[in-house]
Design a protein around this ligand. Structure first.
Ligand code: AMP
Length: 461
């Protein structure tokens, strides 16, 4: 038999272990190549139960609030045609050019793991003719994993989760304000202090005009020299991306730059003013950020990001990002359909939540009220049947039927902090009784098995 592949229990490393090992077979020493260590890939994570419950909690709070605002859960494939993302995001954006996990499959189809959810949701909306649904606007809610081959670092993974909301068929500024309100309410309920930054980037024509103004501004050598090398390249390829550069020199250079908000159409400005008025009405605090453009080309008018309070808008810290994309549905082959959405980064929100509430104070696991202990084979069998009966009836019960030792089981019951431990032993089986132990007082009493429900209900009240 060959050796089992070794599993590395620590951080992923490069697989360099090609050494040869030897095994004894039929009394001969045989040289055998040792399989490479199997580790998770760089930038990928296993989320173990203790951590997972935070994400679960974030998703449950977010989904509950979104559902209350009329959003319905939907699913889209993890694998789509590459052209979906190429077309929707514009090829020059980073997400498509370098960050996609794209490959040619065995049917010679160019496919990609979804780097974001919006294009898939837009495709789904068009493909299923959701504009025909009686309930308009269409409000979709999606939760799942995304894949981006970015440089891994704190809070930036190659597979991560988002909760996404998208609203199709609504041009009113009320929709923008409502979506922002939902993001605010979710973070508030999670106890995360975050501020929303907001801007309007106008419509496509406004943006083209503004981009020209920006390029013109940077023709001045005095400001141009301050730009980083990357930003000089951006200025040529996608001038608006220079606005949200994190480079210090570029930020200095931008101090005197023309502002987008001064170059948008009256219609777009009116829309923005209304959004802000509604936010004031809902009492949602916001900061105007004239340099916020968001990374993708499909956005128009309102764009916004929630960052933890006290942190700047550096993309690493952003918890929720979103905006309007009124042209995208039509661009992707659908009818002209105003639309907007946001994405909440579950992993980032979990990091914030853990900073605030370390392990012990984190969201509680489903705590059991009862522990069912057993001693002896006959008792174990009866306990297994009884456990299922209790579970179906809705009691929260813990057990460890693989253990035979009563002391071990009681210790576990203690650790779990249950109120009651029910004990079945040989004697109880013979007498058709059950022992009920009150974990707080340590008192144990024997009851007729037929009375067990009556007794536990009384004690759990
Ligand atoms: P985006 O889809 O880039 O607008 O991102 C929306 C949110 O997803 C961000 O605000 C982050 O919270 C989260 N996010 C984006 N990229 C990553 C990543 N590589 N790892 C973890 N979270 C991410």
């Amino acid at each position: 038999m060959g050796r089992k592949p070794k599993i590395n229990q620590n951080q992923p490393k490069k697989n360099t272990n090609n050494s040869e090992s030897f095994k004894k077979a039929d009394n001969k020493i045989v040289a055998q190549k040792q399989p490479k260590e199997i580790t998770r890939l760089r930038g990928m994570r296993d989320i173990l139960p203790d951590e997972y419950r935070y994400g679960d909690y974030v998703v449950s709070v977010a989904e509950r609030i979104c559902r209350a605002y009329g959003f319905a859960k939907t699913e889209i494939p993890a694998l789509e045609q590459v052209s979906l993302y190429e077309r929707s995001t514009g090829k020059q954006t980073d997400v498509v050019s370098k960050e996609m996990y794209a490959f040619v499959d065995k049917d010679n189809e160019r496919v990609a793991l979804r780097p974001e959810a919006t294009p898939g949701l837009v495709r789904s909306y068009i493909e299923h003719g959701l504009f025909n649904l009686p309930a308009q606007p269409v409000r979709l809610l999606w939760t799942g994993s995304l894949f981006r081959r970015e440089k891994p670092q704190a809070g930036r993974y190659r597979q991560f989760s988002q909760v996404d909301v998208e609203m199709f068929g609504e041009a009113s500024p009320v929709a923008d304000a409502q979506l922002i309100t939902m993001g605010y309410l979710i973070l508030k309920e999670l106890g995360i202090a975050a501020a929303v930054q907001i801007n309007s980037i106008g419509d496509a024509a406004d943006r083209d005009e503004y981009a020209k103004k920006l390029v013109e501004y940077f023709k001045d050598r005095k400001v141009r020299v301050l730009l980083s090398v990357d930003d000089k390249k951006r200025l040529l390829k996608n001038p608006l991306r220079v606005l949200d550069s994190k480079d210090e020199g570029t930020q200095k250079a931008l101090a005197g730059a023309p502002q987008m908000i001064d170059h948008i159409s009256d219609e777009a400005r009116q829309h923005f003013v209304k959004v802000l008025e509604y936010l004031d009405e809902f009492d949602i605090p916001y900061t105007l950020n004239p340099f916020l453009v968001r990374g993708l080309d499909y956005y128009n008018r309102t764009v916004f990001e929630f960052c933890p309070e006290g942190e700047d808008g550096s993309s690493q810290g952003t918890l929720i990002g979103g905006g309007r994309y009124d042209g995208l549905v039509e661009f992707m082959g659908g009818r002209p359909t105003p639309a907007l959405g946001w994405a909440l980064g579950v992993d980032r929100v979990v990091l914030k939540l853990k900073e605030k509430a370390p392990q012990s104070a984190g969201p509680a696991m489903d705590a059991p009220d009862i522990f069912l202990a057993q001693l002896g084979d006959a008792a174990k069998r009866k306990a297994m049947v009884f456990f299922e009966e209790l579970r179906v009836k809705g009691y929260r019960v813990a057990q460890n039927f693989v253990k035979d030792n009563l002391k071990t089981q009681l210790e576990q019951a203690n650790k779990l902090g249950v109120k009651l431990t029910l004990i079945l032993g040989q004697k109880e089986i013979m007498d058709n009784t059950i022992l009920i132990r009150d974990m707080e007082s340590g008192m144990q009493e024997v009851f007729d098995f037929a009375k067990v429900y009556e007794e536990i209900d009384k004690r759990l009240k």
